[in-house]
Ligand binder design. Structure first.
Ligand SMILES: [Zn+2]
Length: 307
């Protein structure tokens, strides 16, 4: 067991070092003000990311969104503090907009989805945990340390099977909110499923503020779409055959795809009252809403399969 765990840890560390170099490269080449780059803590090597598997599979179904407010060594959620209460209410608002948006997207493809996001009225969808780490340290995210802590908390404190039965849910997404401020150097990301993952739980680590901006509903939806298998369209990805030339195509023809940008196309800024980005044919294809896509055929886009 120890040997396996050791090997697993080494593998994770190596993979994350690769990702760090990749993100350092991206960071140097992308203007921060563009606000379209979101690191994902996703694994960039091997056939092991963005699968529609784990706790979230088919978006056409009922998805339960479990909200976890997480304290760390530097930040905390204080429900007796008016400012924090207001922030939590905003998170509820943005999460609701994201869920409603995803329902509409699925309906556009003649399928049906239900996102249960209301933690204000459903107390069993809201949790409060404490993590003995600095969650705003990107290395802590990249090393997988935060995953281990969150998975442990989820398995001990959240009766997922019971919730799935109660809400008749097919999928579960865990949103873990960190009360970061403008000094936060880390970036919102999603621990989406990969082959061999020690837990089924797919977790969005949502910083209330990153890139010096409060995250908007489009970021919530973008991250949730990762758990259903949508890859980012702003970086090359061998597994999905997102090549540099396909990225050029996306920038020219699908420039408002939510997996490319979360900013409003007209103003270039985040919007907090609505999501104006689109789930294009390409992203719909990647999450299985479309079985056939001319663009996917033309560009030979691939969806990795796992055994
Ligand atoms: Zn992303």
């Amino acid at each position: 067991m120890n040997e396996r765990k050791h090997f697993y840890n080494l593998t994770i560390i190596l993979i994350f070092i690769t990702i760090c170099i990749g993100f350092a490269f991206l960071y140097l080449h992308e203007s921060k003000s563009k606000r379209t780059i979101f690191s994902d803590g996703s694994l960039s090597e091997g056939n092991q990311h963005y699968y529609a598997a784990g706790s979230a599979g088919d978006i056409a179904g009922t998805t339960l969104v479990v909200s976890i407010f997480a304290d760390d060594q530097n930040t905390s959620w204080d429900e007796t503090d008016a400012a924090d209460v207001e922030k939590m209410a905003k998170i509820q608002e943005y999460l609701t907009i994201a869920g409603d948006y995803l329902e509409d997207v699925v309906a556009d493809y003649q399928k049906e989805a239900d996102f249960i996001t209301d933690f204000s009225n459903n107390t069993d969808l809201k949790y409060h945990m404490s993590m003995d780490i600095v969650a705003t340290d990107q290395d802590v995210l990249d090393s997988g340390e935060i995953d281990e802590i969150a998975w442990d908390y989820i398995s001990r404190s959240i009766d997922t099977e019971n919730l799935k039965t109660k809400y008749q849910a097919d999928n579960v997404i865990y949103m873990l909110y960190i009360d970061s401020d403008v000094t936060n150097p880390a970036v919102t990301c999603t621990r989406n499923w990969y082959e061999g993952m020690p837990s089924e739980a797919e977790i969005v680590y949502l910083f209330n503020i990153d890139y010096e901006m409060t995250n908007c509903p489009a970021v919530y939806a973008h991250e949730m779409l990762h758990t259903f298998g949508a890859p980012d369209l702003y970086m090359e990805d061998e597994d999905y055959n997102v090549t540099a030339s396909f990225m050029d195509y996306v920038n020219e023809h699908l420039s408002n795809d939510i997996m490319l940008t979360c900013s409003d196309a007209t103003t270039g800024d985040y919007r907090y009252d609505a999501i104006t980005n689109e789930v294009s044919e390409v992203s719909a294809y990647y999450i299985g809403l479309l079985e056939q896509s001319d663009i996917a055929e033309q560009w030979n886009l691939t969806i990795p399969v796992y055994e």
